[in-house]
Design a protein around this ligand. Structure first.
Ligand code: T5A
Length: 228
């Protein structure tokens, strides 16, 4: 009789890090590897993931919220997240699917909380409200010198015609991006059960392989499925 692949429970995984470190590339690669094991998963992103949250994304990233200040921006990110959680993440997990999100709540802590100076009290309150009980089980924090990441974004701009510094946060200076990098490293240090730092300044394949081994270690049912 053929071995039956063990059932994989739904899992919630997030990717975090600074601008252009390769998050979207690695989210796509993880979904590909999951699909090879027959695991149904959805790829989503923040801000965004639902029509209402995508509308908030456009508003913020086009710079329309900048004049309101970082506190108001934190509230807007939380509003987008609440819709994302209630309309997409929660229902997908309830359907038995894996959810892999390109950014989630740690981005608010790093961008608005640390780099933007919003009081921890407001960040904590917004987080509790927006997560609505849904926390990622695993967070990959992709880490790289922002200067190298900018080179990559520049290269992408040459190849695709998407202008550099096209959004609200890409326009900030290098020191601001270094502070952001440290903020993500601090989040990883404070949440060692959930967060894994992955050096992102290597080949795409090397990064993908390391992430896959972290995911397999974290969710042991995957190894059992692979060998079934
Ligand atoms: N934000 C978001 C907040 O301020 N608060 C919040 O709460 C939230 C949720 C989102 C912005 O909103 C802010 C943060 C952001 O500023 P975004 O478009 O999602 O905007 O911004 P990024 O996350 O920075 O997206 P990018 O697409 O710019 O970067 P990625 O996804 O990290 O990088 P990726 O995969 O697109 O790769 C960049 C380039 O490098 C190449 C890729 O092909 C691509 O050209 N690349 C590599 N090249 C060499 N070696 C590798 N290993 C490579 N991996 C990828």
């Amino acid at each position: 009789m053929a071995n039956k692949a063990p059932v994989s429970p739904p899992r919630f995984v997030t990717f975090e890090g600074g601008e252009g470190v390769g998050k979207s590339t690695q989210v796509k690669n993880l979904l590909h590897r999951l699909s090879q094991l027959g695991i149904e998963s959805i790829r989503t992103r923040e801000p965004g993931g639902t029509p209402k949250a995508e509308a908030i994304r456009s508003f913020i990233l086009q710079g329309n919220s900048e004049a309101w200040g970082t506190g108001a921006e934190a509230v807007l990110f939380a509003a987008a997240r609440l819709d994302h959680v209630n309309q997409l993440i929660g229902p997908s997990l309830a359907d038995g699917k894996w959810v892999v999100s390109d950014r989630f709540h740690d981005s608010t802590r790093a961008y608005q909380g640390v780099a933007g100076g919003v009081q921890p009290r407001l960040i904590d309150a917004l987080e509790e409200l927006a997560l609505n009980g849904y926390s990622p089980e695993l967070t990959i924090i992709m880490d790289m010198d922002p200067e190298i990441a900018f080179d990559r974004v520049e290269q992408r701009a040459l190849e695709t015609g998407i202008p550099i510094a096209s959004d609200r946060f890409e326009r900030e200076n290098l020191d601001w991006h270094r502070q952001l990098r440290q903020a993500f490293l601090d989040i990883a240090r404070d949440n060692p059960e959930r967060c894994f730092i992955v050096p992102a300044d290597r080949s795409e394949r090397e990064v993908t392989d390391q992430i896959w081994s972290i995911v397999q270690d974290r969710f042991s049912e995957l190894a059992a499925r692979a060998s079934a």
